[in-house]
Write a protein that binds this ligand. Structure first.
Ligand SMILES: *Cc1c(COP(=O)(O)O)cnc(C)c1O
Length: 422
């Protein structure tokens, strides 16, 4: 697996529930999902035809692992949307207005992923009020503001999404640096939603940018749940916020949300498909995916946060309980503070007693039947600062598991570890 799939590492870090009103418990909802999965599927099995073997996702929401599985209501909405033509501009506008009202912000746009949200939001800031500029970026920025202020520790694998607009980064470390970084060329202030990675808080980031009349962006791509994050950051004052559609929201993998002030959404839309002469023309989102993300947001807003988190915790505990009695094996459940804020299981053991590395276990599960993919932090850097790491660690992401798959993962882990035990 490439390291780009591991967000934590990539960023340089060592790194169904109650339907309120309907009162359907998580278990029942999961049961429905299972029933849907077991119903005879219509259509040809193209994974089979192409020889691409699906796997049990005990990793989490990773792009290279195809994101998430959409809940039945989302799949059904997509299937229905696929049966009619609509005008894309009308659909973009109507879906944006609906999402903005549901997410308590001024404006919203369905994009081709959080990375597209970053590009379109940046393009909006650079070209606002200047239609000629839409044609000129990213090659000709003469006369345009083009400096984006960012904390040095917030430079990351998604820088390119902003650079696509022709901007230049201006790095700062302290609050004092930040206050001094603004000038007449400053077009935007960019924040990665991991406060602990830098010295400057979200609140200070917004306050200082606004003192200088500069819009500020928060990349919160992987930061639901909690559900309330969908409005926390816009309400905190961020002018633009990006979320992935295909991570915790469980929408189509190729979608994202851009939530922003109304004028910035208007400007972002001018830089987007269906218009040909734009930086966003390659970021097409079909009617099926636009509807899919709207349906995913509806689904997500119906979830009971506590029940959802409790279910993930229970899955991690169930797997841990099946590993009891294997010599030296210890388990620990942890919840990352921001991104992927759900229960994960960390397994450690003494390699003098269990003669296999974490990477070895990962490979055995990957090659087994059924295939299982463990979290990419397995056998590597700490999944979270302060946690054990290295050759003798295994990380299980439980939140993308389908019903009963935790049992299979536990059984396979037990088999592999027990077999390697002296
Ligand atoms: C996943 C992620 C992205 C990209 O999201 P996509 O929806 O895959 O485009 C951007 N920023 C951060 C911090 C992410 O975790």
């Amino acid at each position: 697996m490439s390291k780009s799939m591991n967000r934590r590492k990539f960023l340089g870090h060592t790194s169904e529930a109650l339907v309120t009103g309907g009162a359907v418990a998580w278990g029942a909802a999961s049961g429905r999902a299972l029933a849907a999965a077991e119903a005879p599927a219509s259509g040809e099995d193209y994974y089979h035809k192409l020889g691409v073997i699906p796997f049990i996702n005990a990793a989490g929401t990773f792009t290279v692992l195809s994101g998430c599985i959409m809940p039945p209501s989302v799949q059904a909405a997509i299937e229905r949307a696929a049966k009619a033509h609509v005008n894309i501009e009308e659909l973009q506008r109507a879906s944006g207005e609906y999402l903005a009202s549901r997410l308590h912000c001024e404006g919203a746009l369905v994009t081709a992923g959080a990375a597209s949200s970053l590009t379109l939001g940046t393009a909006a800031c650079v070209t606002r009020g200047n239609d000629q500029a839409i044609l000129n970026i990213p090659v000709n920025l003469s006369g345009l503001k083009n400096e984006v202020v960012v904390q040095k520790t917030h430079r990351y694998g998604y820088d390119h999404a902003l650079l696509n607009c022709g901007i230049k980064f201006v790095e700062v470390e302290t609050l004092q640096d930040y206050e001094a970084a603004f000038n007449e060329r400053t077009v935007m202030a960019h924040f990665l939603n991991e406060e602990t990675r830098g010295q400057i808080s979200r609140e200070d980031w917004v306050r200082v940018a606004h003192q200088h009349g500069v819009p500020c962006f928060n990349d919160a791509a992987a930061d639901v749940p909690p559900i309330s994050n969908l409005w926390n950051y816009t309400q905190m004052g961020f002018d633009l916020v990006a979320f992935s559609g295909g991570k915790g929201l469980r929408g189509p993998q190729c979608t994202g949300l851009l939530l922003a002030k109304k004028d910035l959404i208007e400007a972002a839309m001018k830089n987007n498909f269906p218009y040909s002469t734009t930086v966003g023309r390659g970021m097409k989102v079909g009617k099926e995916e636009i509807i899919g993300l709207v349906a995913a947001v509806d689904w997500f807003l119906c979830q009971d946060e506590k029940a959802m988190q409790a279910e993930f915790q229970k899955r991690a505990e169930r797997i841990a309980s099946q590993l009891k009695g294997i010599p030296t094996v210890q388990t620990q459940i942890f919840v990352p503070p921001t991104a992927n804020h759900v229960a994960h299981l960390l397994i450690t053991y003494d390699q003098d007693r269990i003669k296999i590395t974490g990477k070895g276990v990962q490979e055995k599960l990957r090659q087994g039947s059924p295939r299982i993919e463990l979290n990419p932090s397995t056998g590597g850097g700490p999944a979270m600062p302060g946690l054990p790491s290295g050759d003798n660690t295994i990380v299980v992401g439980v939140w993308m598991l389908q019903p009963n798959e935790d049992v299979i993962v536990a059984r396979r882990l037990r088999e592999v570890l027990q077999k390697a035990a002296l």
